[in-house]
Design a binder for this molecule. Sequence first.
Ligand code: COA
Length: 153
Amino acid sequence: MIDLRVVESADGDALHAIFTEPGVRRFLFDDLELTRVQTQEHVDAASAQGGWTIRRDGGIVGLVALRPVGADRELIVAVSERHWGSGAALQAARQAMRHGFECLGLARILATVDLPNERSHRLMARLGFAPTGEGDGPKYRFRRYEALRRSGT
Ligand SMILES: CC(C)(COP(=O)(O)OP(=O)(O)OC[C@H]1O[C@@H](n2cnc3c(N)ncnc32)[C@H](O)[C@@H]1OP(=O)(O)O)[C@@H](O)C(=O)NCCC(=O)NCCS
């Protein structure tokens, strides 16, 4: 079981340790190793936008957020490599999406996944996202996804 807690500025140290893991930064930050200051900028932005830390047994194991993109929201999820393959990302994303559809009244939620990020494509499929197109990112080509309210989440 996991639970979500609204991101706070003080979560920066725990999230920095996760964001700089090789498997996490590879696609989340195009393999750049963030400085502690850069991590804090992301943490403070997530805090302002109502993102959540993902907690397991009281400890922070990841981050999930619905990042504003124009008039839409984009699902962002990152889990420490030590917790991959446990369903933590799936549960966290489902809770965030439920919040988006039921509390924020969103009609759709978007996501963007680099083509080689196979774990994330499997996650998108489990969450009921449908592919809507592709584009070129700074490092990788990516696939765009969309989940509609009542799409099975
Ligand atoms: C993308 C990411 C969040 C996916 O994490 P994940 O652990 O693979 O995702 P899930 O929580 O859905 O776990 C699914 C796996 O756990 C297994 N699993 C075990 N117990 C489970 C349970 N109780 N419930 C669901 N799945 C479970 C599933 O069978 C599945 O295995 P598979 O990968 O062999 O098919 C993770 O790889 C990550 O943080 N990557 C770095 C950041 C990133 O790239 N984010 C995406 C861009 S926004």
